[in-house]
Design a protein around this ligand. Structure first.
Ligand SMILES: Cc1cc2nc3c(=O)[nH]c(=O)nc-3n(C[C@H](O)[C@H](O)[C@H](O)COP(=O)(O)OP(=O)(O)OC[C@H]3O[C@@H](n4cnc5c(N)ncnc54)[C@H](O)[C@@H]3O)c2cc1C
Length: 437
């Protein structure tokens, strides 16, 4: 089956200006209807009476993972509850809420999530469904914080799955691409609120990062390295937990590096006012862990993205391989970000079973220029064991992609069990995990 994984601009996008699109506007959803139920009962009725239905989060994915030809359901009109459990170790969170809102409400109660993505604009369920991650050598992707979830099944009933699910289905259901049902609530691990001081250093040689990746990414609770590959250097963002790592400025990572003396945006030329506070001023976890502030457009706003997660041990080889494309990518690449993600047990997580190095690419929105470059990057990194991010663009063949996830067959079986008629499937999940004949 041929499937549009790359989502190049379509005729649709030019003509159906009223049709719903994703955030990047490179995908026009094919849904016959977009529904916005105001109650759980209304949502149950929509699901139970639909032959094809799928949840849409905030639409920040760059591909057709959220698409359906049936009913696309947004959860942002449902009651947005955040309820802290009695032991203050978990919180029940309405799945359609954005991280920005969840974080503010947890912080007001003296609590925190372990990590956040670069932007707090995305929905909790959408982030988990695609294996979205921040950075941190000891920090799993955001789905790693999910202790339980409520899944609306095709008949409109609710299935609660917990980490200790006796049937072992939980690990298959957290990063699930929306293919198992509609998640209405998640129980998230929380911890006492903490502060972060964010420090930047410029001019860190990529050679130094490749030579001791563990030291660079172990230099703070959360570390990101931004590079254009051509310059041979990176700007390294170090987010230090003041309760564990103190408030002092970290030592320079290598000869040639310098401490930044003014705030910076990851993309050269973009305003740093869009970014969370830097220069080491300590502040609440949710106002430092994301790079971007919720009240501004994240990143450049006019872009496409791709990302590959590789075994951590492949870091040096992967960096060398991408550096070889530096000149070719100039003009189409706005910036790249290197991050680390700790291993987890979630079947479809790109970090499943292995500590990972993540190489991310923020491209221009010129899809004709960008797609061949994504293919060129993948040609070099897929042989190193790379797994593409489910929410971003890839040129990988669906069968090859699925084969990179050791539990893919188990996931296909779970989808068949929970959704035998394929109500929640779409072209992408069908190509990846074909239903048994
Ligand atoms: C500017 C920008 C920066 C980004 N930064 C990062 C980053 O730092 N790290 C990273 O890993 N990714 C990043 N991403 C990618 C982004 O995190 C993912 O695409 C994520 O899925 C977006 O969440 P969403 O709510 O928009 O999901 P959507 O794109 O709306 O949906 C994604 C998937 O989730 C499913 N889904 C949504 N809600 C539900 C639900 N209630 N129940 C079941 N399934 C559901 C959908 O069906 C779909 O399959 C970035 C994207 C952008 C645009």
């Amino acid at each position: 089956m041929s499937v549009d994984l790359t989502n190049s601009w379509s005729e649709d996008a030019m003509t159906r200006t009223d049709a719903p699109t994703n955030w990047a506007r490179n995908t026009v959803f094919r849904a016959r209807r977009v529904r916005r139920p105001a109650s759980l009962d209304e949502l149950r009725q929509i699901v139970a009476s639909s032959d094809r239905v799928r949840a849409l989060g905030t639409g920040h994915s760059f591909n057709r993972v959220a698409d359906t030809t049936g009913d696309l359901v947004r959860l942002d009109a449902l009651p947005g509850e955040v309820t802290v459990g009695p032991g203050r170790r978990h919180a029940v969170v309405a799945a359609g809420l954005r991280h920005a809102e969840v974080a503010t409400r947890l912080h007001a109660q003296g609590l925190a999530l372990a990590n956040l993505a670069s932007l707090p604009h995305i929905s909790v369920a959408g982030a988990c469904a695609t294996g979205t991650h921040g950075s941190g050598s000891a920090l799993q992707g955001l789905a790693g914080s999910v202790a339980a979830l409520d899944l609306l099944t095709p008949d409109g009933g609710t299935l609660r799955l917990t980490r200790d699910d006796p049937a072992g289905r939980f690990d298959g259901a957290v990063v699930a691409l929306g293919a198992l049902g509609i998640v209405t609530a998640v129980v998230l691990d929380v911890e006492p609120a903490f502060e972060i001081a964010q420090w930047l250093q410029t001019g860190v040689p990529l050679d130094a990062i490749a030579a001791d990746t563990a030291a660079v990414f172990g230099s703070a609770y959360s570390v990101s390295a931004f590079t254009d590959w051509r310059s041979g250097t990176a700007t390294v963002w170090q987010k230090r937990r003041t309760d564990r790592e103190g408030g002092d400025r970290p030592a320079l990572l290598a000869a040639g590096a310098e401490h930044a003396d003014r705030p910076l945006h990851p993309i050269p030329g973009m305003p740093p006012t869009y970014c969370t506070e830097q220069l080491g001023t300590p502040g609440p976890w949710h106002e430092r862990l994301p790079h971007f502030r919720p009240e501004f457009t994240p990143s450049s706003g006019d872009e496409l993205q791709s990302e590959l997660l590789l075994p951590f041990e492949a870091a040096a080889e992967a960096v060398a391989a991408v550096r070889g494309l530096g000149e070719r990518m100039a003009g189409a690449l706005q910036i790249s970000e290197i991050r680390t993600v700790a291993a987890d047990d979630l079947w479809l997580s790109p970090a499943y079973g292995r500590d990972s190095i993540a190489l991310h690419f923020t491209w221009t929105s010129d899809v004709q220029a960008v797609l061949p470059l994504i293919a060129a990057v993948e040609e070099r990194l897929l042989p190193l064991g790379a797994r593409p991010h489910w929410g971003k663009l890839t040129c990988a063949d669906p069968a090859d992609l699925a084969a990179r996830f050791p539990r893919a067959a188990d996931f296909a079986a779970l989808a068949g069990e929970l959704d035998p008629k394929g109500v929640f499937r779409n072209d992408l999940t069908e190509a990846l995990f074909p239903a048994a004949a």
